[in-house]
Design a binder for this molecule. Structure first.
Ligand code: AFP
Length: 350
């Protein structure tokens, strides 16, 4: 019988893995392990709510209420709000966190004084791919964990404004045909499948690797007329296929949920793009740096891929605001580097 490794066991082994002979500290401290287990438990609850669909009265938008739009000006779905509440309620009392920040909330959520304060900060997009909710297509929760810059004081928004390279854990939970939790604590990428009979996440893939080359790309082609010249050049070359400069055919996929598109890339390679475009020139991009781009970039890099804002490594960007947006290209290394090089060439030619 093959050995089953639960998420708990995986995390305990991560904790022990690099423990020094003096016993001081492992790859992940016990508090971080416990925090990640709580996040996973919350994702399990969200997965149940998602699975109920029309039977659970959770579909549709929050209409006619003051809460119907989030801070990004987007209509909130009932499940966006439910998922946000599940994550906050599950995590606020455990003693591992100082505060949380969510794509669905304007400001930070400081852990109330009635609970012990911890040294970590949790950021999340509670339900990514909201437009897929009502049509029974994959959606997911994306999360990122940072450390408080210093302890012993109240948490402020500025504490969250750390570059992606400061993350201590990142991951997502995909609610698709299966519920899959994908995680990195800086030691590669591991995937866990929810065993509904046992009620636990089971390790189903370790040391996930993204091949450096690919024949698959993901971009919302309906925005083509708004793209910047280097993106246009890159995608034109992909579309030219065997007869063009690339000398091979490319296939395209777009799920409209970054979490599902990135999952496909982690499973079989590919390049995902949501670049800056001319529709709203003052906006750096559509995706959010702290809740989407940073955690996904770390996962992709941990799997041997690359991630840039078409110019620089996303993980090195210093956020100026909690809800900052960013241009994103990530996935198979050689493709990300090619598109990034096209941007540099374009700037240099100006
Ligand atoms: P939500 O955050 O509103 O769920 O949007 C999801 C998303 O930001 C990202 O997951 C997708 O890649 C992208 O939107 C899809 O956007 P388009 O509808 O513009 O293709």
């Amino acid at each position: 019988m093959s050995k089953t490794i639960s998420l708990t066991r995986y995390l305990v082994e991560q904790q022990r893995k690099t423990a020094t002979p003096s016993g001081s500290g492992g790859r992940i401290p016990p508090e971080l392990r416990l925090l990640l287990e709580v996040v996973a438990r919350a994702c399990k609850n969200i997965s149940h709510a998602v699975n109920k669909g029309a039977l659970g009265s959770t579909l549709g938008s929050v209409m006619g209420s003051a809460e119907s739009e989030n801070v990004q000006g987007e209509i909130q779905k009932k499940l966006d709000i439910i998922a946000n509440e599940v994550l906050i309620e599950a995590n606020e009392w455990g003693g591992h966190l100082a505060g949380m920040a969510s794509e669905e909330m304007e400001g930070i959520y400081a852990v109330p004084n009635r609970y012990p304060q911890g040294e970590y900060l949790l950021l999340f997009d509670p339900l990514d791919g909201s437009s897929n909710i009502d049509i029974n297509v994959s959606i997911g929760t994306i999360f990122s964990v940072l450390k408080m810059p210093e302890g012993g004081r109240a948490v402020h928004e500025a504490d969250f404004l750390q570059a992606g390279n400061k993350q201590v854990a990142a991951g997502y939970c995909l609610y698709g045909p299966q519920t899959t939790l994908v995680l990195t604590v800086g030691d590669g990428v591991a995937m866990f499948t929810l065993d509904r009979e046992q009620g636990s996440f089971v390790l189903t893939e370790e040391n996930v690797q993204i091949p450096p080359d690919t024949q698959e790309f993901a971009i919302n082609m309906s925005n083509m007329r708004h793209w910047d010249t280097p993106v246009r050049r890159y995608v034109d070359e992909l579309l030219a296929g065997k007869d063009g400069v690339r000398g091979k055919d490319f296939n395209m996929r777009w799920i409209a949920a970054m979490v599902a598109d990135v999952h496909r890339i982690l499973c079989r390679g590919g390049v995902f793009m949501y670049p800056w475009d001319k529709r709203e020139p003052d906006k750096a991009g559509k995706l959010r740096l702290m809740y989407e781009a940073n955690p996904m970039s770390w996962l992709v890099e941990q799997a041997g891929g690359a991630s840039t804002n078409c110019k620089e490594r996303i993980m090195d960007l210093q956020p100026g605001r909690l809800h900052e947006r960013v241009s994103v290209v990530l996935g198979s290394k050689n493709e990300v580097e090619r598109l990034t090089a096209y941007h540099h060439a374009h700037v240099n030619a100006l």
